[in-house]
Design a protein around this ligand. Structure first.
Ligand code: B3K
Ligand code: ZN
Length: 881
């Protein structure tokens, strides 16, 4: 539970019993306070008179008393930054309404009414990018979670489901909304109009409208029952040629969801619109997904292989929401993981099937460890189903999304694919058309998949990453694995109960390097022991295979066992993990100063042997080889140390990279030479070759900068695709030489006008290992192409810097100051994006004292500003609290 700083319930806190509520303290919304809304809104009709600077909205709501809720003499309609220009009830204009804060209250006496409300908004002034806003001459909406209330007054909560009819007129060639186009034409004054109708009842957060001068890549899809669906991806005219991959990804997602989850699309039309100004990746509005251009546009000159993967995954994610999110939505925002956890799992499984399952699993675990583990061990830790919030936008987190996906993946591991499918089928069947809860999902899994999840429910309510300590005992022919588990305290949850942890293991015979099958152990207590007979020799244990549980494993394991597993484990994740453990163990000891010279050399030698084997193992494909060659990140290393010294971690990791680059130079370069000969294509082989080239360059940059600069400059000059070009420029950016300046200049000139590629130009410089990276970031913030109004640009520059430990944790504290300055400047413009930066400073308790004090000081500087948004205020107060 994430207890906010404002008043805890007086009964739980005797000191507060008599205290008057602080009027300035933001309201805390609690899960336990859920009550159904007093009114149903079966139908909504919206009329828009669209303009970039002034849009008039007339909303007609049919409201009926909700027999399942406590009766109310008024209806409360949420608003944010809007005023009612006129209110009618049952066709009669009325002044009998009042405002409560930003909400509109209208007294209603009968069982059913029709309410009409007029509002006017200025989309161009909407820099928050929530509600209806203007982006480069077009209009678009973002309503999740609470943006609809910035368009019109409405019960803006996900459990109020309505059928929408939308009419709009405006001087834009393309006018889109959810559902099906009913009619369109031109008004007498020559202005285009259109009417849309969405037959599926939906909450307001799924409403969308787009108006602009757009062109479409159009295609068709025939569903499994033979229905024809028209598909369109709308972009600006110049971007049309870069929509092919997105369209292929969409069709593949539609087919996959039918085949794997039995889910069919349910409208005759599916539209996607790409927009450059967007707070996140994309949004699953019913029948009208709105996307950040970053997750739509790609060709080989401008997008990397990682960009292609990102598009495939996000297109799938948003499409999959049509069932897991839209057909079955959330009762309240505490249930966010109900739709996000399952949908992330669905997109992960899809991408596993589209490419290399092993590589995708490793990448997903890397994201979890890099983003979610730090969240779970810091001041913003919360369970996947939080108990309270001040600003819901702060809860679109790696915990709700990625840990949420891991929790459902564990259910799948425990029951197997077939039973998991039966559980999902039951969930969709039971709750179709409803606003459901996490508990509904768990029950459907119990009933449909036959799992007993009574104890497992703790995964929904307890925050913190469980730690397992393992010890193997060997006697006679029996091997016994002793396991203890501990779930660390988190804010508001000082004491935890043991959780059920499904741990996939295998016991390897040292001589044959074989095992006799995987075993799934479920640890349900604080301590457990599992015995296995038939092992006259002590086996080598491979644990948490496939990352079967999102936990931290601590075990005393000999270096040679890790080397053994790194070479022989048949589970690709476990093989990767063995190498990571080997490196983490060595670097932690190096940072802690517990290695004498001999032990240091021994550690390096063991790692070099294991990495050397990876370089030369012909059985590995290059994509997997590439994964194995990525050293654990500095963030992940810091996470494994109670109080970390980022400077020491950086030095130790770079030192190891340099050592490996030196002693394995011949193998690295042989690999590079081979990879260089593979011509460009999107095949796995060619993608693998590109991944290898960039990795070799980065090892070379640490061990032999001059050689690296020469190779990178050559690669840059010869590049016929963005992956090679970016890989080369990334390495050059970290080095001090003329080639760096020349390549940066060339890159900028070559791609001027392509915002997504110019984003890369900013990001590469901000994430570089260059000693003057902070000077570069400071200068770039003054570059004419930098703007705080475009979230992609801010992420490219400041987010890239904040997640570059070498820059952010600069010993002078300048990185912290720059991020605090950014938060303060961005907060009034776009609070959602600003508050996303706070978490980095919020890590102060886990950082060595000198830096820690400086981080805290910056948080205090932010906290002292009275006018902070609710978003930033909540994160800053919790980070200090
Ligand atoms: N559901 C949206 C996220 C909305 C975020 C609002 N702050 C995208 C997604 O998860 O698919
Ligand atoms: Zn989602």
């Amino acid at each position: 539970m994430d207890i906010p700083p404002s008043p805890a319930a007086p009964e739980n806190n005797p000191d507060m019993a008599d205290a008057a509520p602080d009027p300035k303290a933001p309201a805390v919304i609690r899960r336990e306070d859920y009550a159904p809304f007093a009114w149903l809104v079966p139908e909504v009709q919206l009329d828009f008179d669209l303009g970039l600077d002034a849009t008039r909205v007339v909303a007609k709501l049919t409201v009926v008393r909700n027999a399942k809720a406590d009766p109310s003499p008024t209806i409360r309609l949420n608003g944010d930054d809007i005023v009612p220009l006129g209110v009618s009830v049952d066709g009669e204009p009325t002044l009998d309404w009042s405002m409560d804060g930003s909400d509109l209250l209208i007294p209603l006496s009968a069982e059913a009414h029709e309410i009409t409300i007029a509002t006017q908004i200025d989309p161009s002034a909407n820099t928050q990018l929530m509600g209806l806003y203007a982006s480069e001459g077009m209009l678009c909406t973002q309503c999740e979670a609470e943006g609809f209330r910035r368009i019109t007054f409405f019960p803006d909560r996900p459990d109020v489901l309505s059928v929408y009819t939308v009419r709009m007129r405006g001087d834009f060639p393309v006018l889109l909304s959810n559902g099906n186009l009913v009619a369109q034409g031109t008004c007498e004054d020559g202005v285009p109009w259109a009417e849309w109708h969405d037959p599926w009842p939906k909450p307001s957060y799924l409403f969308a409208l787009v108006a602009g001068d757009l062109v479409a890549n159009s295609d068709r899809f025939t569903t499994m029952s033979g229905r024809e669906v028209a598909l369109n991806i709308y972009v600006r005219a110049g971007d049309l040629e870069r929509t092919g991959h997105a369209m292929e990804s969409l069709k593949a997602s539609m087919r996959w969801d039918e085949e794997v989850f039995g889910r069919e699309y349910d409208l005759d039309l599916f539209n996607i619109v790409a927009v450059s100004d967007f707070n996140m990746g994309a949004m699953e509005n019913k029948g009208l997904n709105v996307f950040n251009t970053k997750y739509v546009l790609a060709d080989s000159d401008t997008a990397t292989d990682a960009d292609y993967d990102g598009i495939e995954g996000v297109i799938a994610h948003e499409y999959f929401h049509n069932w897991s999110g839209n057909r079955v939505t959330c009762r309240d925002w505490f249930q966010l993981s109900l739709k996000e956890g399952i949908t992330v799992l669905r997109d992960q499984l899809f991408s596993q099937d589209m490419g290399s399952a092993a590589v995708k699993r490793i990448a997903d675990v890397r994201v979890l460890r890099g983003a979610q583990f730090p969240e779970d061990s810091g001041p913003l830790a919360h369970p996947i189903r939080p108990d309270s919030y001040q600003e819901i936008s702060n809860f679109y987190t790696a915990t709700v999304y990625n840990k949420g996906a891991e929790v459902i993946r564990m259910m799948r591991t425990m029951c197997g694919e077939e039973r998991f499918r039966a559980g999902c089928d039951l969930y969709f069947e039971r709750h179709d058309g409803e606003a459901a809860t996490c508990e509904d999902f768990v029950r459907a899994m119990e009933d449909g998949a036959g799992l007993d999840l009574s104890q497992f429910r703790l995964w929904y309510s307890q925050a913190g990453t469980p730690k397992l300590s393992l010890r193997l005992e060997h006697e006679g022919d029996a091997a016994t694995l002793h396991v203890t588990q501990e779930v660390p305290p988190t804010p508001g949850q000082p004491v935890k109960q043991p959780m059920p942890i499904p741990l996939q293991i295998a016991l390897f015979d040292r001589n044959s390097a074989n095992h006799n099958g995987e075993k799934l152990l479920t640890i349900t207590e604080s301590q457990a022991s599992f015995s296995f007979s038939g092992y006259p020799k002590e086996p080598v244990v491979s644990v948490n295979r496939g990352f079967s549980a999102p936990v931290i494993i601590e075990r005393d394991v000999a270096q040679e066992e890790l080397v053994f597993l790194a070479a022989h484990d048949d589970d690709p994740f476990a093989r990767y993990e063995a190498l990571q453990d080997l490196v983490v163990g060595h670097l932690k000891a190096a940072v802690n100063g517990t290695l004498d010279e001999a032990a240091h050399a021994e550690g390096e030698a063991a790692i070099a042997k294991a990495i050397g084997a990876v370089l030369t193992d012909d059985a590995l494909d290059d994509l997997m080889r590439g994964e194995l060659l990525v050293l654990p990140s500095e963030t992940y290393l810091a996470e494994t140390i109670p109080v970390a010294d980022p400077g020491a971690i950086h030095a130790a990791r770079e030192g190891l990279k340099a050592h490996l680059g030196r002693v394995l130079a011949a193998d690295f370069h042989a690999l590079y030479d081979r990879a260089e000969k593979v011509p460009f294509s999107l095949s796995a082989e060619a993608r693998g070759a590109r991944k290898i080239k960039s990795l070799v360059l980065s090892y070379a940059a640490a061990s032999d900068p001059a050689k690296a600069a020469e190779l990178a400059a050559q690669q840059y000059a010869k590049a016929d695709n963005m992956t090679d070009r970016q890989g080369a420029l990334m390495v050059l950016c970290g080095l001090e030489n003329d080639a760096r300046e020349a390549a940066l200049k060339d890159f900028y000139a070559r791609f001027t006008g392509n915002a997504l590629v110019i984003d890369k130009w900013f990001a590469l410089q901000a994430s570089s290992l260059h000693p003057r990276v902070l000077d570069h970031v400071e200068a770039l913030a003054k570059h004419p192409d930098f703007t705080m109004k475009n979230p992609n640009r801010v992420r490219s520059l400041h987010m890239a810097m904040a997640y570059n430990p070498h820059a952010f944790h600069d010993a002078s504290g300048r990185g912290y100051r720059m991020i605090a300055d950014l938060i303060l400047a961005l907060d009034p413009v776009n609070p959602q994006t600003a508050s996303r930066f706070v978490g980095q400073l919020g890590r102060w308790r886990r950082i060595e004292p000198v830096r820690s004090a400086m981080m805290r000081e910056q948080l205090e500087r932010i906290a002292a500003v009275a006018s902070l948004s609710r978003d930033t205020r909540e994160q800053v107060d919790k980070s200090l609290g």
